[in-house]
Write a protein that binds this ligand. Structure first.
Ligand SMILES: Cc1cc2nc3c(=O)[nH]c(=O)nc-3n(C[C@H](O)[C@H](O)[C@H](O)COP(=O)(O)O)c2cc1C
Length: 182
């Protein structure tokens, strides 16, 4: 084992005390559970609890990811915003499939959201642009809000004994079904 490998192995992993995922009280709609976990991450004071890895597909199908901020969650889906001239915007125009991975290390929680992205209207995009802390009130035609309409959402609650608990939701014919496991 290299020195780096040994040092990486010795790093602290999950916290000793983590919340439990109560399988008896899972909501029918996974966005409810997502919002509960997001609110708890916000309340914990962790920095950028709304940051996640956002994956798109390169021409040819290879995945590529980068960090983005969740802007909102409503009936349109999980919203992000970016420039419509960016690499990810071009990738989404070619193939609208995307995945988001949230990780809240203080609680040992991970959420994967997979779905298809739609570009929202100019009004939503400009409202988001103008609400940015650095806004000077000038609209930006390059700014675009996208929404991921989820088809699959997987929740993972880590456990100190490594028997992590998974719950997977899938949308079929317009309604959500969930099962413990992956
Ligand atoms: C914490 C964090 C948050 C970020 N949030 C955004 C964001 O909301 N929108 C965005 O366009 N880029 C954001 N970025 C920059 C992106 O990760 C990325 O570098 C940029 O959008 C260009 O990506 P692309 O070339 O794959 O299109 C963020 C980066 C970090 C580290």
């Amino acid at each position: 084992m290299s020195d780096l490998a040994a040092r990486l192995r010795a790093l602290p992993a999950f916290p000793d005390v983590m919340p439990e995922l109560d399988l008896a009280t899972l909501p029918m709609d996974p966005t409810e559970l997502f919002l509960t976990w997001l609110e708890e991450a916000i309340a914990s004071g962790t920095r950028q609890p709304h940051a996640m890895t956002f994956q798109t597909l390169l021409p040819g199908g290879a995945p590529v990811g980068r960090t983005l901020i969740l802007k909102d969650l409503d009936e349109t889906g999980f919203q992000i915003s970016t420039r419509n001239t960016s690499a990810k915007a071009h990738q989404l125009a070619e193939d609208p499939r995307a995945a988001m991975t949230f990780f809240w290390r203080e609680s040992g929680r991970q959420v994967q959201v997979t779905g298809v992205v739609t570009a929202l209207g100019e009004d939503v995009s400009q409202r988001d642009w103008l609400a940015r802390p650095t806004s000077d009130g000038t609209p930006n035609p390059d700014w675009q809000v996208y929404a991921v309409q989820p088809e699959r959402i997987e929740f993972m609650q880590a456990r100190a004994d490594r028997n992590h608990v998974y719950v997977s939701y899938r949308r079929e014919d317009g309604s959500w079904h969930h099962a413990q496991g992956r």
